[in-house]
Design a protein around this ligand. Structure first.
Ligand SMILES: Nc1nc2c(ncn2[C@@H]2O[C@H](COP(=O)(O)OP(=O)(O)O)[C@@H](O)[C@H]2O)c(=O)[nH]1
Ligand SMILES: [Mg+2]
Length: 235
C-alpha cells in the first residue's frame, strides 16, 4: 500500500478540526492505508492549535504546522507539499464540505491516474446549502477555468489528490483559493479522473472567502494564461 499525506489548511477551525481528524483516522485505519495528516495552520486565534496538538501527542502521524508569515489558503497548501513525506498527496478542507469517505475513492483513483479531483460539477456531484451569490461566484470561477481546461468539469475544486512526481513547486505562485488550477496550469500531467462528490456547506465556523480572494483569482488566472503561452504546456 502506498502511503498518503493529507494536507488540511486551517484558519480558526476549532469547531471542525478535531472531528475531521478523528473521522479521517477511522476511515484510513479501516482501509489499512498508511498516512499522515498535516494541518497547515495560519496561526489561528481560536483553539485550533490546542486541539491538534492534543491529538498529535498520542498520534505522531498527525502533524501541526503553524505558519507565521505569508498567510493564505494556497500558500499553506503549497507549504504542505514541501513538508509532506509521501508521494501521494490529497488536499481537503477542514470544515466537512468535502466528504471524508471520498478520500478513499481519490486514493484508489490515483492508482493509474496522475490526478484525481473530487468534482462538484460532474454528473452525480452536487453542492448543498450554498446561497445563490455563492453559486454565481463559483459558476464564474469555474467558467473561466474551463476556458483553459474544457474537458475538466471542476478545475477549481479544493478537494483533490495527485502524485508528487507531477509537481514542480518552483513554478507555482500560490495565491487565493484555487490551488488546483495552479497545479493543472503549470505542471505536466497526463491522466486525470473526476469523481463526483456532494459538497456540503459548513455548519460550524465561518467561511473566510472575501473580495481579496476573488481579486486574487483574476490575477492568478491571467498569470496562468501567460505562463502557458510562454511554456507550451500540453495536457
Ligand atoms: N491556512 C489557511 N487556511 C485557510 C485560510 N483561509 C481559509 N482556510 C482554510 O481553507 C479551508 C476552506 O476555507 P473556507 O473559508 O471554508 O472556504 P469556502 O469553503 O470556499 O467558503 C478551510 O479548512 C479553512 O480553514 C487561510 O488564509 N490560511
Ligand atoms: Mg468551506
Amino acid at each position: 500500500m502506498n502511503s498518503l499525506s493529507i494536507i488540511i489548511p486551517t484558519y480558526n477551525e476549532e469547531e471542525n478540526i478535531g472531528r475531521i481528524i478523528l473521522t479521517l483516522q477511522k476511515i484510513l485505519q479501516n482501509n489499512s492505508i498508511p498516512y499522515e495528516i498535516l494541518v497547515m495552520d495560519d496561526n489561528s486565534t481560536d483553539n485550533t492549535q490546542i486541539i491538534v496538538k492534543d491529538i498529535s501527542s498520542s498520534s505522531p502521524n498527525i502533524r501541526l504546522i503553524v505558519r507565521f508569515k505569508d498567510h493564505g489558503l494556497s500558500q499553506s497548501v503549497v507549504d504542505g507539499f514541501s513538508r509532506a513525506q509521501y508521494d501521494l498527496l490529497i488536499v481537503m478542507d477542514a470544515d466537512f464540505s468535502h466528504p471524508p469517505p471520498a478520500v478513499i475513492e481519490l486514493y484508489n483513483a490515483l492508482d493509474g491516474n496522475d490526478l484525481a479531483i473530487g468534482s462538484r460539477y460532474i454528473k452525480g456531484g452536487a453542492i448543498e446549502n450554498w446561497p445563490v451569490e455563492r453559486k454565481i461566484l463559483s459558476f464564474g470561477a469555474t467558467f473561466l477555468a474551463r476556458l483553459l481546461f474544457p474537458d475538466i468539469c471542476d478545475p477549481v475544486s479544493g478537494f483533490f489528490g495527485f502524485h508528487r512526481r507531477i509537481l514542480n513547486v518552483a513554478r507555482l505562485k500560490p495565491r487565493g483559493y484555487k490551488i488546483l488550477l495552479e497545479i493543472l496550469g503549470k505542471n505536466n500531467w497526463n491522466s486525470i479522473i473526476e469523481l463526483p462528490i456532494k459538497f456540503i456547506e459548513r455548519e460550524g465556523g465561518s467561511s473566510k472567502l472575501n473580495f481579496k480572494v476573488i481579486f486574487q483569482y483574476i490575477i492568478q488566472f491571467t498569470d496562468i494564461v501567460v505562463f502557458r503561452a510562454c511554456h507550451r504546456i500540453h495536457e
